[in-house]
Ligand binder design. Structure first.
Ligand code: C5P
Length: 230
C-alpha cells in the first residue's frame, strides 16, 4: 500500500485576529501552509498530497509549490471533517482503498521528518492505524461555569492528540460518513474511528508539533523552524 497526505486548509482561523487565514501568514521565509506542504512533498514515503481549501480562497492559487508528486486541490467544507471527506473523495481517483492516508492540519508546520517517519513505521502493519500524540504534562483541572476548580483530573492516562492521523482510505472515509450520519461531533479523524468501534493507536511524538492558533504560536513555530535550520 501507498501513503498519501491529506491537508485540510479551509479554516478561517478567526482566533489569529489577522488579515488573512492563519495558513497564509508568513513563517520562516514562507507561508505556514508552504512549510506544511513541503514536509510531505519532500518526504520519500509520501506518494502524493490532496489539499482542501475554501472555495473563495484568494491566496492558494498564488503559491507555487514545486513538486513532481501528484498535488490535488479540492474545495473545503463547513467543518474540518467535511474538508477531509472532500479530500478523500478526490483521493479515490488516485489511490487504492487499502492505501494509508495521513491527515495533517495545514496549521501544524513544525512536524518533523523523524516523527512522520516513526508514525508510518509504527503503524504500517497495524490493522487500524493511529495518531501522533504526546502525554499531558500539566495538572488538569475541571472548571465550574463560574471559574472555580470543580475537580483535579487524573492525567496519568491523558494524551494530547496531534496530527498526522493515519488510517486506511476506505476505513477513514466510512468512519467519517457514519459519524456525520449519526450526528456525532467529530473533533479529529481518530474520534470518528472510535465512534465506529475501532481502537486507534497513540504514537508518541514531539511536543514541538504545535497547531498555530494564536499569535504566540506563530512566534514559537518561528523559533522551532529557525533552530532546525542551524
Ligand atoms: O480551526 P482549527 O485550528 O481546528 O483547524 C485545523 C485545521 O483544519 C486547519 O488546518 C484548518 O485550515 C482546517 N479546516 C478545514 N476546514 C474547515 C475548518 C478547518 O480544512 N471547515
Amino acid at each position: 500500500p501507498k501513503f498519501w497526505a491529506v491537508i485540510p486548509a479551509a479554516g478561517v482561523g478567526s482566533r489569529m485576529q489577522a488579515d488573512r487565514p492563519k495558513q497564509y501568514l508568513p513563517l520562516d521565509g514562507r507561508t505556514v501552509i508552504e512549510q506544511t506542504l513541503d514536509i510531505f512533498l519532500r518526504h520519500p514515503r509520501i506518494a502524493g498530497v490532496v489539499v482542501a481549501v475554501s472555495h473563495d480562497d484568494a491566496y492558494f492559487p498564488s503559491l507555487c509549490p514545486v513538486t513532481d508528486k501528484p498535488l490535488q486541490v479540492v474545495d473545503g467544507g463547513a467543518e474540518r471533517c467535511h474538508s477531509v471527506l472532500n479530500a478523500l473523495r478526490g483521493l479515490e481517483a488516485l489511490a487504492h482503498p487499502e492505501d494509508w492516508v495521513l491527515v495533517h492540519d495545514a496549521a501544524r508546520p513544525c512536524l518533523s521528518d523523524d516523527d512522520l517517519e516513526r508514525l508510518i513505521e509504527t503503524l504500517r502493519d497495524d490493522p487500524v492505524g493511529g495518531i501522533l500524540a504526546t502525554p499531558v504534562r500539566d495538572t488538569k483541572k475541571r472548571a465550574t461555569p463560574d471559574g472555580y476548580i470543580a475537580a483535579t483530573v487524573d492525567r496519568a492516562d491523558l494524551w494530547r492528540a496531534f496530527t498526522p492521523q493515519m488510517f486506511r482510505l476506505a476505513t477513514l472515509a466510512s468512519a467519517l460518513e457514519k459519524a456525520l450520519e449519526d450526528g456525532f461531533m467529530v473533533t479529529d479523524e481518530a474520534s470518528a474511528l472510535e465512534h465506529a468501534g475501532h481502537a486507534p493507536r497513540l504514537v508518541e511524538g514531539s511536543a514541538e508539533n504545535i497547531k498555530i492558533t494564536r499569535p504566540e504560536d506563530l512566534r514559537l513555530a518561528e523559533f522551532y523552524l529557525a533552530e532546525r535550520r542551524r
